[in-house]
Design a protein around this ligand. Structure first.
Ligand code: SIN
Length: 299
């Protein structure tokens, strides 16, 4: 199937930050069956990330405040990329800068390497100061980061949007105009979890990003809004736990789906979803999964 310029063998992908470089899952999952793996976000310099605790469960969801820890792009290329490349499926590398120019530099460094299928520009991490949502909340900052990356790579470029903006269609349109080939909708929702008896936040960084089934109906609406208005290739990300969730997102206009939080409950969930998807399509007599995309009947 075609996701803009990218050819996928199926629409089931693993979301950035929930799947490492794939190697963490190699004993549990036949990675070559997946549509693609999106790497943990890579930054220009090494980052320690946020203080613990970094995860807090909530009803039907999970809050994270990881803070984009990582070894930086040099170590990623030397140590992690060979593993990601050897997974037997497409490698999409997620990048995030603290400044607009860093998106360009990261795109340039990543594109110089072999075996990378696409770049996901993460402009929407809710857990870092300066960077992250600073870019996704503003049309000029979002399009500036996208343009910087676009200028430095010929690889397919997808921009990961924030769900918490006044007008996601406006942001989506601006990054597409700046050269993005498609969109990932969306990152986690800025959120707070509190231990009232201790009068304390449950996360070391106080706030975090909410993901999981709690956000699925909200993200579903965002995908629908953007798909309707832009017709852009979309990877949906938001609370996908089952094959039916994948099909819901495809009906509202997504071409592919990134499995995130569900991986923490069951490391084999992506393969189970893929299998269930094939069974459902066979049961329903649907030969071509592409025929599902954007078929929501609004009246
Ligand atoms: C994090 O590292 O804090 C999460 C990354 C993201 O939400 O973009």
């Amino acid at each position: 199937m075609s996701l803009g310029p990218l050819q996928l063998k199926n629409p089931v992908l693993c979301a950035s930050g929930t799947f490492g470089t794939g190697q963490e899952y190699i004993d549990y999952v036949n990675l070559s069956r997946l549509g693609a793996i999106v790497s943990k976000t890579v930054t220009l310099e090494p980052r320690l990330g946020n203080p613990p605790p970094r995860l807090a469960e909530s009803s039907f969801g999970l809050l994270n405040s990881i803070g984009l820890p990582g070894p930086g792009v040099d170590a990623f290329i030397a140590e992690d990329l060979p593993l990601l490349r050897s997974c037997g499926t497409l490698a999409i590398v997620s990048i995030a800068g603290q400044k607009t120019t860093e998106f360009g530099e990261l795109a340039r460094r990543i594109s110089a390497e072999e075996g990378i299928a696409a770049v996901e520009v993460n402009i929407s991490c809710p857990n870092i100061e300066g960077g992250g949502c600073f870019f996704s909340d503003d049309v000029d900052a979002a399009s500036g980061a996208t343009r910087a990356a676009r200028t430095h790579t010929a690889l397919p470029l997808f921009v990961k949007l924030s769900p918490l903006v006044t007008d996601i269609v406006e942001i989506a349109t601006s990054v597409l105009d700046a050269g993005a080939d498609g969109l990932t909708i969306a990152n986690s929702f800025p959120a707070l979890s509190v231990d009232w008896q201790g009068r304390k936040p449950r996360l070391g960084n106080i706030t975090g990003g909410l993901s999981g089934p709690a956000i699925k109906p909200i993200t579903l609406r965002l995908v629908w809004l953007v798909a309707e208005k832009t017709r852009a290739p979309i990877m949906a990300s938001g609370g996908i736990m089952t094959a039916d969730d994948v099909l819901e997102y495809m009906v509202v206009g997504a071409t592919a789906c990134q499995i995130g939080t569900a991986n923490f409950l069951d490391p084999q969930v992506s393969i189970k979803i893929l299998q269930d998807l094939q069974n459902i399509l066979a049961r329903e007599g649907i030969d071509d999964i592409n025929s599902i995309i954007g078929t929501l009947k609004e009246k």
